[in-house]
Ligand binder design. Sequence first.
Ligand code: ZN
Ligand code: ZN
Length: 248
Amino acid sequence: MKLLDLLKDLVYPEKQVCLACGRRYDHSEITGICDRCLAKFSFITQSCPVCGREVIPPNLLEDHPCPECQKERPPYNFAKSVFTYAGYARDILLEFKYGDRPDLSDPFGELLHLYYSEYFADRDIDYIIPVPMHGERENYRGYNQSARLAKKLAGKINLQYRDILLRIKNSLPLYTLTKKARKLELEGAFEIKEGCGCDVFAEKNILVIDDIMTTGTTASEISHFLFEDLNAKNVYILTAASVPVTID
Ligand SMILES: [Zn+2]
Ligand SMILES: [Zn+2]
């Protein structure tokens, strides 16, 4: 047996089962998901420098915000997503979100870690927080997938995870609403947990984790809350997936 194989056997003593497709595999860049599945993800490299979403067709000018961010600059400092919410990656993410599959937070958490290292490591983040889910919804689904992701990421980089925001409005699914209605739906939706003290995020750099950025309304509204009500210094957003901005 070659030395390299021997070492591989030591590191990967037995084949692992891919959490996405169920196939056994020897090795993958990301724990818990095989290379074949990863190859089907559309990872975001070039994106809008503000909202971090893929722009279709791509902007030729680098550092040029997408039309949506030009029309209304979002309140957060900077956002980034790992992959585009489409095709196979979308199916796996939906399984994580609705299918009682908290185990998928392992591979997704690792992907977030890669992007964190590339885009956020030098931003002096103080706290990592999840977008909160309304209590009733969380009880029904069993877990808040964004909290799972945020906790995984915080554990990997040794940063403080704080799950102290509450979602006090059980909003309608936002994708069914117009932009104006989405904003109204989320107005006053967030609150800080009792006894936490409003100054906990004052003058701090906060990284907000969510599973999907669809229209950006949730990211904007939670940033508003962090800036206006809690005096945060900087707010950054990192999501596993995002819906691309399509220019007609
Ligand atoms: Zn697989
Ligand atoms: Zn944008």
